[in-house]
Design a protein around this ligand. Sequence first.
Ligand code: NAP
Length: 369
Amino acid sequence: MTTDTLPHKPETHAHRVHKIPVAVLGATGSVGQRFVQLLEHHPWFRLHEVVASDRSAGRSYADAADWRLDTLLPDLAGELTVKALGDSLESRLLFSGLDSSVAGEAEDLYADRGCVVVSNSRNHRMGADVPLLIPEINSDHTAAIEQQQKRRGGRGYIVTNPNCSTVGLAMAIAPIDQKWGLAKVQVTTMQAISGAGYAGVASYAILDNVIPYISGEEEKIETEPQKILGRWENGRFIDAPFRTSAQTNRVATIDGHLMTISFSLRRAEGSSAPGVEEIRAAIESFEGEPQRLGLPSAPLHPLHYVSDSDRPQPRLDRDREHGMAVSIGRLRPCPILDFRMVALVHNTIRGAAGAALLNAELLEAKGLL
Ligand code: NAP
């Protein structure tokens, strides 16, 4: 990705003179590096601190991070000294790309100290007072923050973004669920190797191969969409009523999770089923709070319908709207459920760091930072 494809639109969003200083927890990892990249030209936020394990602490970021992205490591980031997890930080807004073995405790620690933690990790996603946000779908779930602050006894709190495949799935089905109500969803994913972190899958294991198992992934995809598409009501989250069956596969693409989705609709008595064209129109006109607020990382259109019969494809479609839009194609009737389609999400941008940035922009726009 070149710098001119980064998801910020400075021409439509005044750069602030005083940007908000932020820290990245897990800054040396795959998601952490993407945060550092996306923050370089961010109009509202400024990278101020980087945090990683004791292996990296005390070293310059340039030395500690094995930089793997196809833009140059930003000079200012490279000069920062990596802090150790648990160190006191000057920034109040923290982005977390921490390994899940440490994320749960560390994110709680910083939130209890009064920080706002915007996390990618799975640990707190299903928390009873933790918003699992996709701002186009459930920006109103930020109402849970007040309850969480009370529990912690301070100003700090955690918000999370979903699993990288869940983001693509939930966004693809959101306009359909909102308009007609989903009953059943069946999804099969083909997930890129960047989703496993840099050291995640050995080249000898994945080249010339497909691995039909990703630890813990199916459970996340089968539960997170219901929370996202559900409601915050009377102080608790109420899940959307549809059921999901997921099968996940690791394939030899670098970035971009592709998935095939079949779904059936809840049929209200006497109502007629929509046709393919109506569903396609709902997908193409879908938008939410980030578009209305004009948030810097928001795609103009969160969902793009791609008409060609062999699309979307990871290499050709993952960078649509700077990696922040989900591409959908091949919508057609299904002989078992009602309809089927293909969706694609950029897993480390819309599925991780870009999603967290958009969440933080929403919090700032709502006066919650
Ligand atoms: P990764 O490349 O393995 O990076 C993990 C980061 O955590 C590194 O900065 C590492 O620091 C740090 N870390 C590991 N052990 C630590 C410890 N004991 N104390 C302090 N820091 C420690 O992983 P990743 O792929 O970026 O994923 C990060 C998180 O985001 C995970 O929870 C993952 O599930 C989630 N996520 C990933 C994706 C994706 O597409 N990759 C998408 C959505 C969500 P050192 O370099 O110092 O070891």
